[in-house]
Design a protein around this ligand. Sequence first.
Ligand SMILES: [Zn+2]
Length: 448
Amino acid sequence: MRKFKFIAHLLVFITSVFFVPYLTAQTDVTGDSAETKFALAGGTLIDGSGAAPLENAILLIDDGIIVAVGQLGSLTIPSDYSVISTEGRTMMPGLWDMHVHLLYAGHTNFPYWHQNYTDQFTDTIMPATALQLLQAGVTSARDLGAPPESIFRIRQQIASNEIPGPTLYAAGPQLASPFPDWAQYYRRNISGTANARTETMALVELEADILKISGAEQLSIEDVRTVTDIAHAQGLLVTAHGRTDAEIEIGLAGNVDEFQHIGVASEEFPDTVMSLITEHIAAGNQLYWTPTVGIQLRAGTPQEDLELLDDPENFLGLPQVIIDDIKTALQSYRPRTTSADIVKHKISQLQEAGVTLLVGTDGGLSGNPHAQAMWLEMVTWVNVLGMDPMQTIYAATALPSQVMGVDDIVGTLSVGKLADVIVVHGNPLQNMSVLQDPEMVFKHGVRF
Ligand SMILES: [Zn+2]
């Protein structure tokens, strides 16, 4: 792998010298030097907004900010910029995964994992899973369920460049109905409005970026509304699990903003659910949905999928004893398989009603390693659900940045934005699986 990357770098060097000889700036083949001014030049640019791709494109980056976007021949690269050729490649915004769990690394037994590894989340496991996400081209991620003392610490460590990882938006613990003992680390009981108020205020104090409700069918509408009233007053969105019709109905009555997952207990959303959705949107509210279908619709078992067990990227940063433990658990793991027809039909119901879909993976869960979850999700959107590839990229770049209220600084490759950029071989509009192995990942202009 390392040798291959070296040769690839050499080719980049040769092609940049050969194809753009008129550029006088010194070519920087690694990009990870202290260079603050550099150009990514020659490849096709997909800016994330949904606009048509720009061929032979140039991105000028200065001190982590995109300062110009143009094309070879019309935009001149200043002489003090180093040049990285992206010839034959696609430049696009760093990806957003809107549903990850940094506390998990693919192990299949949650009670076991919590009992054995909770005390290693902050120092060992989350730094590793954050690294895995960044390596996969995910430069922004939303964590939807973790112990507050670990996830908010990791968020801060990433923000201050103490550890590498995607810019993290975190919910902290899930707000839930009473739960088994092993789930105490990442859930809080909000049964009863007094509990709901106390737990919600505690997360506001910790500066949670979003709130997540789990198991709303065991809660009252008043419990849910207590959470959403406090959150909305603070400008925070509230998302809820949407696996069952009952939790969707209570969630909508309680005024949540987004749902996670597509359940398959019912073959379609009943009229009761659909009319609540329609009313919610007609009242001027946005309704978002992160369907997390990659893990659900992926065929094959880990035993058949050699990469799951053998690809070292799936275990990057973890100590060998934990890697062995995860691999042992995965040996006997059988993924649940779901009817793609049901999921497709339910998603088309949501789209017809005006629901906005977001890309998120439930990364970290059983057999869904952070290093693979994102490209598998996006490939599933296109190849299984039949989604438009450009729309899929938009739902993993520009749109999530809007939903999280940071589209003024990230989400598209445009002037003034932070340079969160990935470079992939080939064209994701023709073959989304080129996202599997990004050749370059830049976060805030720094090459990972
Ligand atoms: Zn989840």
